[in-house]
Unconditional design. Structure first.
Ligand code: UDP
Length: 475
């Protein structure tokens, strides 16, 4: 009991992929650091794959089956299969687990359920337990609003597209100027899901449904900070009265969690890239970090454009080429012949790295990114400007804001060309006028991110409010 209230016990369940697990784990650590008892639930499959899933006093890991078989796991539509399978199979095991947890010695009963996006079926677990639920939606506030508005875009006839010519005839440039709190943006930047020709598009419906179902939860948690997206957050307040902006989560963790015992990673981090960065002879900020996150899949042609663009730039770079980055489940083996030779002495290729540390390393001065939200927030916190190559979901709107509203990004054309890759790398890393302006802006956003997560800052206070809410609602 604390202050007459029962100890809060949060059961957290993210959609089982890195982009959801990582921020949910950070939230779990932050809650635990504030005295909340935490149970972090993985799927059995990931639980076995994850590195270092060590529990400790008041912080335990548990797992539930995901219902997939071996064939599902390698199928091209494995994410869809996973989504459907979780919906079908996971509610009962989660409920059962939550009930069992409360019967163990020294463990308070589960008093709230926290989920990431894409697992809204688990809101019903909270309903059955009669405890409140919270959703950590893993995009920016603007990404969330855009996903909410997919319904209006569909009902107003903007999407699905009439035929394939609409993908290239300028239609995607149609201005969308009626989303409250947002400047006019291109239709194509609202979300990748508008680019469908299929009137029954599964992805479009799922995104719409998942975002709108957040209204069933008692609170919405976002990995952003108020100053970064004030207009859209203010507008969102009418629809979602309880929004907790507690990010950048990486910065909040850094400040509030002394010792992270529960580090999780689905891939092994290559420690040698840190040593390579330490040993770089060039001035600080000279290295470009290149990564496309945990899910993006490039065609061999796209990989070649990036590779030869980087080779032509003559700048040092650290490139994460994870297994599966290239179609056909390929990784480093798909790099063009001669590429390593052509970039010898100024290139390090890793399968996976400790990205937050890499971005904050003094040698790193730019990030060529797919504009995933976690990567974007980590770059903002590190004060590193970006070259943006979005391709999926909210990545287009993140890129639009990074390049437009925040002034910290350069956008690559959708049709990737090695000449433009090389030119953008040169522009960012070469230190010209535009690069200087971006660096100044990035330094300002970094300072604001730091301030937001310091005592008295907006994100710091919101985390405290969230913890208080968990205690009140759970008591
Ligand atoms: N990441 C990492 N090491 C790498 C590449 C990526 O730790 O070598 C992490 C990165 O720090 C981020 C996450 O993977 O937290 C990627 O999330 P993001 O939202 O950027 O993209 P997604 O993977 O969801 O497309």
């Amino acid at each position: 009991m604390e202050g007459g209230k029962r100890a809060a016990h949060a059961m957290l369940f993210p959609f089982p992929c890195s982009g959801h697990i990582n921020p949910t784990l950070k939230l779990a650590e932050l809650l635990h650091s504030r005295g909340v008892h935490v149970t972090f639930v993985n799927t059995d499959h990931n639980h076995q794959r994850l590195r270092r899933p060590r529990g400790r006093e008041g912080f335990r890991f548990e797992s539930v089956p995901d219902g997939l078989d071996d064939a599902d796991r390698v199928a091209p539509d494995r994410t869809v299969r996973l989504y459907l399978s979780l919906r079908k199979t996971c509610k009962a095991p989660l409920l059962d687990l939550a009930r069992r947890l409360g019967k163990r010695d020294g463990v308070p009963p589960v008093s709230c359920v926290v989920i990431s996006g894409l697992v809204s079926f688990a809101l019903a677990v909270a309903d059955d337990l009669r405890v409140p639920s919270f959703v950590l939606w893993g995009t920016s506030a603007v990404g969330f609003v855009c996903t909410l508005r997919l319904r209006q875009l569909r009902l107003r006839g903007y999407t699905p597209l009439k035929d394939e010519t609409y993908l290239t005839n300028g239609y995607l440039d149609t201005p969308i100027d009626w989303i409250a709190g947002m400047p006019a943006v291109r239709l194509g930047d609202v979300s990748s899901f508008v680019r469908t020709l299929d009137p029954t598009s599964f992805a479009l419906r799922v995104e719409e449904e998942e975002a709108n179902s957040c209204a069933r939860a008692q609170g919405l948690i976002l990995n952003t900070f108020h100053e970064l997206e004030a207009d859209v957050l203010d507008a969102l307040g009418d629809e979602f009265p309880r929004v907790y902006t507690i990010g950048p989560l990486a910065a909040a963790m850094h400040r509030r969690v002394d010792h992270v015992a529960s580090g999780l990673s689905l891939w092994e981090e290559d420690a040698a890239c840190m040593a390579w960065l330490d040993a770089r002879p060039d001035p600080p900020g000279s290295v470009l970090y290149v990564s496309f996150g945990s899910l993006a899949v490039l065609s061999p042609g796209q990989l070649a454009e990036f590779a030869w663009g980087l080779a032509a730039s003559n700048r040092p770079f650290l490139w994460v080429v994870r297994p599966g980055l290239v179609g056909g489940d390929r990784g480093m083996d798909a790099l063009p012949e001669d590429f390593v030779e052509a970039t010898k002495g100024r290139c390090f290729i890793a399968e996976w790295c400790a990205q937050e540390q890499v971005l904050r390393h003094r040698a790193v001065g730019g990030f060529l990114t797919h504009s995933g939200w976690n990567s974007t927030t980590e770059s903002i916190w590190a004060g590193v400007p970006m070259i943006c190559a979005p391709g999926f979901a909210d990545q287009y709107i993140n890129c639009r804001y990074a390049c437009g509203e925040w002034g910290i990004g350069l956008r690559l054309d959708e049709e990737l060309r090695r000449e433009q890759v090389a030119a953008h790398v040169e522009e960012l890393m070469g230190g010209g006028k535009k690069a200087q302006e971006m660096r100044r802006n990035a330094a300002q956003w970094k300072a604001r991110a730091e301030a937001a997560t310091e005592p008295g800052g907006s994100a710091y206070e919101n985390l405290d409010k969230l913890v208080e809410q968990l205690r009140v609602e759970g008591s």
